[in-house]
Ligand binder design. Structure first.
Ligand SMILES: Cc1cc2nc3c(=O)[nH]c(=O)nc-3n(C[C@H](O)[C@H](O)[C@H](O)COP(=O)(O)OP(=O)(O)OC[C@H]3O[C@@H](n4cnc5c(N)ncnc54)[C@H](O)[C@@H]3O)c2cc1C
Length: 385
């Protein structure tokens, strides 16, 4: 039975960053356990292979979770701290769409940095964690390839989406066994399926438009992609984080006012609307308004056309865990100390990354969270091993 000062469950974004930060400034014996035979699988496939690392606007308003808790952790290791850390290791992310920081060439650039920094750790890959117990003052981690002990345990097992690359809900089982409250994982950052009244959108598969989506109190402005199964694209993915059944509203003309475009003149509706023709045709059909000169619209037709800026509907559901880029739910943060990420129920037990009940919108927020929480945890472990 191998014994460590710190065992980290999960060699993904948060686990690797945590290990790297511990071994960089201490002689603690750190072991990293992962069910995959390769490290950082989600990092690898993220952001279309270029990993959207962080965002120009990072604050708790972009996360679902306890706002004060999230902000405290983000402040402790901010976007600028992360960019400085990457620059020291010769990685200067590039900004796309004015907001999103991506690896210039490939996700492998950030994985390489973490792999190099983690060299002093013992890598226990291809070992699936089954459960964890506590014996005397040690954590006992039982895997399908052996049993490992440590004085401190960091749970960095992420959430349940993309099981095909190792994701699991083991973190929630471990949390429950130590008396932590948890919320089940639910797919988030995921496309949404439609009810039959909205099937007209399926005909538009492949078209992408800038939109503004309102869901509850949240307003999200980004692109929407019509997909074969429903609707997707950055705006919908972020909206899915905040949607819990019920209505949402889409503004298909987020930057212009319909009444300004479609006035009293004789131009056809499809000519004045700055939207793809296929979309306009399908939309007019669904609201029962013929494509005709704007000036000849009846009051009733004009009022129906206003749905272009406030199209309300209730999605049927979402594309599920296999397509979700994240999950909401996780370990309740009220029992975690945001200054250290240590459990308030069990000394020496730490929680970082997506396993916690904190989920960011699309746009690099989840890696920022993974890295910020990892650094907070590592700092504490270095000082109080
Ligand atoms: C397709 C896709 C694209 C994404 N793109 C982005 C993006 O561009 N930007 C962004 O911010 N976020 C993105 N995300 C979300 C991001 O990947 C996660 O939020 C982030 O990886 C969470 O980090 P983590 O360390 O908590 O978990 P992970 O990175 O998921 O790491 C958890 C690790 O634990 C291991 N594990 C789980 N269960 C067990 C077990 N029982 N035994 C042993 N090991 C186990 C897993 O194999 C995994 O390696 C994307 C996600 C997906 C699926």
């Amino acid at each position: 039975m191998k014994q460590f000062d710190v065992l980290i469950l999960g060699a993904g974004a948060s686990g690797l960053m945590c290990a790297a930060q511990i071994v960089a400034q201490s002689s603690l014996h750190v072991g990293l356990i992962d069910g995959n035979t390769q490290i950082g699988m989600k990092l690898r496939i993220s952001g279309g292979g270029k990993c959207n690392i962080t965002n120009t606007e990072v604050d708790a308003s972009h996360y679902l979770g306890d706002e004060a808790f999230v902000q405290r952790v983000l402040d402790a290791f901010s976007r600028d701290d992360l960019l400085r850390f990457l620059a020291i290791h010769d990685l200067r992310p590039i900004i796309r769409k004015e907001r999103y920081y991506f690896c210039p060439d490939s996700s492998e650039q950030i994985i390489r940095i973490l792999r190099t920094l983690c060299a002093p750790c013992t890598m226990l890959l291809g070992r699936k964690c089954l459960h964890v117990t506590r014996e005397e003052d040690q954590f006992v981690v039982v895997t399908d390839q052996g049993v490992y002990r440590a004085g401190n345990l960091v749970v960095a097992t992420g959430a349940e989406s993309y099981k095909s690359i190792g994701a699991s809900a083991v973190g929630l089982e471990i949390a429950k066994s130590f008396g932590h409250a948890v919320k089940p994982f639910y797919p988030a950052l995921v496309g949404m399926t439609l009810q039959s009244d909205q099937f007209w959108m399926k005909e538009l598969s492949g078209i992408s438009l800038p939109v503004r989506i309102r869901v509850g109190q949240k307003v999200l402005q980004e692109d929407l992609l019509f997909a074969h199964k429903g609707i997707s694209g950055p705006a919908v993915l972020s909206a899915s984080l905040y949607w819990h059944k019920g209505e949402m509203s889409i503004d298909f003309l987020p930057t212009v006012e319909l009444n300004r475009l479609c006035g009293r003149d004789q131009k056809q509706i499809s000519t004045v609307l700055p939207l793809p023709k296929r979309f306009v045709k399908a939309f007019l059909e669904t609201i029962g308004v013929p494509d005709k000169p704007c000036g000849s619209l009846t009051l009733q037709e004009r009022s129906r056309l206003e749905a272009l800026q406030d199209y309300r509907f209730s999605p049927a559901g979402n594309f599920g865990f296999t397509k979700a880029e994240a999950c909401r739910g996780g370990v309740d943060t009220s029992q975690i100390d945001p200054a250290s990420m240590e459990s308030l129920r069990q000394k020496g037990l730490y929680w970082i990354g997506e396993v916690l009940d904190v989920t960011g919108e699309l746009g690099g927020y989840n890696f920022q969270w993974a890295f910020s929480s990892a650094v907070v945890c590592a700092r504490n472990l270095r000082q109080n091993p």
